[in-house]
Design a protein around this ligand. Structure first.
Ligand code: ADP
Ligand code: MG
Length: 821
């Protein structure tokens, strides 16, 4: 790129990524977003008039001040700058654009109603405001972040409504998507008596078989005056014939259509001619205030440009995986002729979403491996030898395998380990981490173990202290509640290298903690930490080896996608002797029996957990607060036992005391909120009662359940729930049936979506426009395979320039940030 040529596309991309990421002033490779804008705008193109150049400098100035603007002001500035650049680009390019030829336009869609327009050649990078049929409607599209024809074409519908089925009113059945043809019997439009902002539109239709009432709920002030309500109503005169399409639903007033599309037909015998009715109609993800039809109609206007899309995927690859061409996929994803076309289009575009992401991940991984070197740790040494001798059990095959995988990584000085260990609750991940830690220490390095909660950090610490004492190694705990004097001591011991292992919470990264030589960072329950937090821990050493652990195991390919540049190991075997935890859904009336069982277990020396979702936080929800229940249980139900209470609002010291007394069997029952969830390990506990179980996610319930069944004795888990909701009961039934963490997390993702289960925001996974991590695993596997093949043959994509280019656009767009510069 020559010095004075301005890269319009890159500027617009920077603006659009900034908008997508919520105006956070993203940090790119070289510059922050605002700096990049300020610099670029400071150098307007040569052929811009002097008066305009002043404006460029003005805008540049505004970006210099971007850091001080509120989010709303930033948004305003980004939007106006996008418009400004569009205009300026048009001006800068005017002399080169030949006058538009005016030839008749061929209708895009086979609709007899389509008017004949004069043909306008539209191109992919043309601003939407310059597409004749879109014109001023481009203002709406800008609110959706769509500026060019290309943007709009790649704005995929989130769904399609199948309006192809025409059904008579009496045959309507809830759950089907249909089209009904009928006569308007009455039509009303009025403000809701309860909510002034809400306007209700009500239409009654009839056909030979019955009557159907349809409603639309219109929000916003623009509908709330009489005049606009009359105008709205007048679109549907009594006696006219309309076609109404939508999903049939049954509510307490009877059968109706959910959010119906209603179109007035010309006359009684008229066929349905609209592009909307009687076909697969795209439904776009919308922003408030943007009419759905604006997007639909604009897409139709933009569609002819899809033919200009070249396909970066090599033909052999398309053939191999049965993928249709990009331009066909784009055309069909919006307006498919039938479901089959739609499925092909979707498959191709889902493939693309996964493929470029994988390609990017793989490339980055290779680069990381080439660019960094790190310490090499040997597994042969005194510490590990000794530890093998004191280990109170035999490692499972899975543990041995994963430890070997880790040792191989650690021995390699050319590249730091970056490995994720997945394992179900109780599969014994901690011990695996200990081996890695010992390898680091016996090679003269320090290690850090970070856990997401104090409870968990504390517990790791206790276990490690016991082992480390036998090995004559010091280990310390650093959390938010570590006393100042102790902290100072820890800091200095870390810095002079006396302390080989530090266990802790976020405190590890928040403090001015300095290691002498950090060689290994272990992160437990890694999905609880954000990308930034992980990065902060790593920055405490010189490219340390990293071991992360998660107890929400997911299918391997999914893990590879989610965790991108990590290697993944699985502990897919539980230590021997573990029994199935008897799991049952129960209601209030069963409580007495459960209490009896708890008494029997305690009589045999066992212990029990009773878990509540919340404490005093949601007065409105009728949750029994753990505190109240604790009182009731201690005073009324189990006066003979000692019962501890544990919740998030207690001081650390109190939490500690509660857990310790439970661990030492000084109290037989612990009543707790979900702070107990992660990793608490009291093998003597055999009963788990979870109140309001329907309020938890499956993975979380599985984790909670994993607190019992840790010893040799038979254990029980009671899922208390009085919900009548069928889906909620189906969800809980999954736990009754399965103890397999992989299976459960997958089921959980189906019910609640991967984001809710895995915390994708935190883990840095992009939001896919089309692809579903749960439903599209087959395509994901293919995409990964394809990406691996390509990277293996040609890591830098020198032989595939168009792939390379597309990758840069897509991958950076997905991952955000570093697209800027
Ligand atoms: P998680 O994978 O859930 O973090 P932990 O590492 O806490 O599991 O291990 C659960 C329990 O199983 C601990 O008490 C641990 O000492 C024990 N354990 C780990 N590995 C084995 C093994 N191979 N045989 C027997 N017990 C084991
Ligand atoms: Mg654990």
């Amino acid at each position: 790129m020559g010095e004075q040529t301005l890269d319009w596309v890159r500027l617009q991309k920077a603006l659009s990524v900034e908008a997508e990421r919520g105006y956070a002033d993203l940090v790119g490779n070289q510059f922050r977003f605002s700096e990049f804008l300020c610099l670029s705008l400071g150098k307007p193109p040569r052929n811009i008039a002097a008066t305009d150049k002043m404006q460029w400098h003005d805008v540049a100035q505004k970006f210099a001040n971007y850091g001080h603007l509120s989010s709303a002001q930033r948004k305003q500035l980004v939007i106006s700058t996008r418009n400004f650049l569009q205009q300026q680009k048009a001006i800068a390019e005017t002399p080169h654009t030949p006058p538009q030829p005016k030839t008749p336009r061929t209708a895009t869609l086979s609709s007899p109603k389509a008017k004949t327009y004069f043909k306008q050649e539209i191109s992919l990078d043309q601003p939407l405001s310059q597409v004749i049929e879109i014109g001023r409607r481009s203002n709406y599209l800008e609110r959706l972040g769509l500026y060019t024809v290309r943007d709009l074409l790649f704005y995929y519908p989130r769904d399609h409504l199948d309006y192809a089925r025409q059904v008579q009113i009496t045959h309507l059945e809830a759950g089907e998507t249909v089209t009904v043809i009928g006569t308007v019997k009455s039509c009303k439009c009025f403000s809701s008596p309860k909510n002034k902002q809400l306007t209700i539109f009500e239409l009654i239709l009839s056909d030979a078989t019955g009557r159907l009432k349809l409603n639309r709920f219109l929000t916003g002030a623009r509908f709330s005056n009489r005049g606009s309500q009359e105008r709205y109503k007048s679109q549907y005169p009594v006696g006219s014939i309309v076609a109404a399409s939508g999903l049939v639903k049954q509510n307490k007033y009877g059968i109706t259509l959910d959010k119906p599309e209603i179109e007035v037909l010309d006359g009684a015998g008229a066929s349905i001619e609209s592009i909307k009715i009687g076909r697969l109609l795209p439904v776009y993800p919308l922003t408030e205030g943007v009419p759905a039809d604006t997007v639909r109609n604009s897409v139709i206007a933009a569609l002819p440009a899809a033919a200009q899309l070249s396909d970066p995927l090599p033909r052999e690859l398309r053939n191999l995986y049965g993928l249709i061409k990009l331009k066909n996929a784009i055309a069909c994803i919006h307006y498919p002729e039938n479901n089959e076309e739609l499925a092909h289009a979707r498959r191709r575009l889902v493939f693309d979403e996964f493929f470029y992401l994988q390609l990017g991940f793989l490339q980055r991984r290779q680069q990381l491996k080439q660019n960094q070197s790190s310490a090499s740790f040997t597994p042969q040494g005194k510490l590990i030898e000794k530890f093998n001798c004191i280990l109170p059990f035999v490692l499972t095959n899975a543990q041995q395998r994963v430890i070997q995988e880790i040792f191989e990584d650690l021995a390699n000085a050319d590249t730091p380990m970056n490995r994720l260990v997945q394992g179900d609750v109780g599969s014994g991940k901690t011990i695996v981490a200990v081996y890695a830690i010992l390898a680091a220490i016996q090679s003269g390095y320090q290690a850090a173990l970070m856990a997401p909660t104090e409870v968990l950090a504390e517990q790791h610490y206790r276990k490690l202290v016991a082992w480390f004492n036998l090995l004559h190694l010091p280990v310390e705990l650093l959390t938010g509640s570590t006393k100042t004097a102790k902290r100072r001591e820890i800091h200095s011991q870390l810095q002079n290298g006396e302390l080989p292992l530090l266990v802790g919470t976020h405190a590890l990264i928040q403090e001015p903690v300095k290691f002498n030589q950090l060689g290994l960072a272990v992160i437990d329950e890694q999905h609880r930490f954000g990308v930034q937090q992980r990065a902060r821990l790593l920055s405490k050493g010189k490219s340390p080896h990293v071991l992360t652990m998660t107890a929400t195991p997911i299918p391997r390919t999914l893990a590879l996608t989610l965790h991108g540049d990590l290697d993944v190991s699985q502990i897919d075997e539980l230590p021997p002797g573990r029994q199935k935890i008897e799991t049952m859904m129960k209601q209030g009336k069963d409580r007495k029996k459960i209490y009896d069982l708890i008494r029997r277990e305690i009589a045999q020396g066992r212990q029990a957990y009773i878990i509540f979702p919340l404490v005093e936080e949601s007065e409105k929800l009728d949750l029994k607060a753990a505190t109240e229940e604790h009182q009731r249980l201690s005073e009324v139900i189990f006066p003979e036992f000692s019962i501890a209470l544990l919740h998030g609002r207690m001081s650390s010291a109190d939490k500690d005391a509660a857990l310790t007394s439970f661990r030492d069997n000084k109290c037989q029952i612990i009543v707790s909120t979900t702070v107990i969830e992660v990793g608490v390990d009291v093998p003597n506990a055999t009963v788990m009662v979870i109140e309001h179980a329907e309020r938890f996610g499956l993975s979380q319930l599985h984790q909670l359940r994993g607190r019992v069944g840790r010893g040799e004795s038979k254990s029980y888990c009671f899922l208390m729930s009085s919900t009548k909701n069928i889906e909620a009961r189906q969800r809980l039934a999954v736990l009754e049936e399965s103890q397999d963490g992989f299976f459960i997390s997958e089921a959980d993702m189906r019910f609640r979506g991967p984001g809710a289960v895995l915390g994708t925001r935190q883990s840095g996974l992009p939001d896919f426009a089309l692809a579903s991590l749960v439903e599209d695993q087959e395509v994901l596997n293919l995409a990964r395979e394809a990406a691996e093949k390509i990277i293996a043959a040609d890591q830098l994509l020198v032989n595939s320039p168009s792939l390379k280019q597309e990758l840069e656009i897509r991958y950076r767009r997905l991952m955000g940030g570093d697209i800027l510069n």
